[in-house]
Design a protein around this ligand. Structure first.
Ligand code: C5P
Length: 224
């Protein structure tokens, strides 16, 4: 069967990852969370106290960065591994969230991760979510989706998600983290977050989760 690449980009906390995961499941495709890769790189740099303003140091530590994904046999959820260690929970903490957009601005980091992402999507049948998937990683993707949602709604959803994991974070803190990341991601020089001219915009502010998944699956089926 003809397989396609589905690129899902958008602002922080729009539900891109959970939507992309469900779309992949519906289509029998592989889901790749590019944000998890930037988060894992950030954790690696934090763990080694890398001076991110020193390109030589950045390059040295990038060479020792190995990011893989594995399915947890119990939960059936995909989890992120950094140099063989499961870091799925740690990369979602505020410590990483507060620093990830700074690390993601670095050219050398983007070049390395984009190349890894392109390899992962080479045989098609993938759904990848991020900020530059439709513009830089897979400019030829058969389906590009740009997801948006009101900032306040995104923050409340993210707070609920963190609460379910046992982390009680004030709404204000989440609001400012999302707004700050949107600002850095959209304003950076390297691959800023922009809607690709051929992307379909999906505003999830008032959509039920199943509705947004069904919309994207329908768009995909039109192109398969
Ligand atoms: O998707 P998520 O919110 O987990 O991504 C974390 C951060 O990683 C984003 O705020 C952004 O700075 C960076 N990112 C990126 N390019 C991508 C995916 C994520 O710059 N393709």
């Amino acid at each position: 069967m003809h397989k396609i690449v589905i690129a899902i980009d958008g602002y922080s906390g729009c539900g891109k990852s959970s939507t992309a995961k469900s779309v992949a499941k519906e289509l029998g495709y592989t889901y790749i969370d590019s944000g998890a890769m930037y988060r894992a790189a950030t954790l690696h740099f934090l763990n080694h106290q890398v001076a991110i303003d020193k390109p030589e140091q950045v390059k040295q530590y990038l060479a020792g960065l190995n990011i893989t994904f594995m399915i947890n046999p119990e939960t059936k959820e995909q989890e992120t591994y950094l140099n063989g260690v499961n870091v799925e929970e740690e990369i979602r903490t505020m410590r990483v969230s507060d620093y990830v957009s700074e690390v993601s601005k670095i050219k050398e980091v983007r070049t390395e991760l984009v190349s890894q992402q392109q390899k992962l999507g080479k045989s098609k049948g993938v759904v990848m979510d991020g900020r530059d998937i439709g513009t830089v990683v897979f400019p030829e993707a058969e389906l590009k989706v740009f997801m948006t949602a009101d900032l306040e709604i995104r923050a409340k959803r993210r707070q609920k998600e963190l609460q379910e994991k046992g982390a009680e974070i004030a709404l204000e803190k989440i609001l400012s983290n999302l707004a700050e990341r949107d600002k850095i991601d959209s304003g950076r020089k390297e691959s800023p977050l922009v809607k690709a001219s051929d992307a379909v915009e999906v505003d999830t502010s008032h959509l039920q989760f199943e509705e947004q998944v069904n919309q994207i699956v329908a768009l995909a089926n039109d192109r398969i």
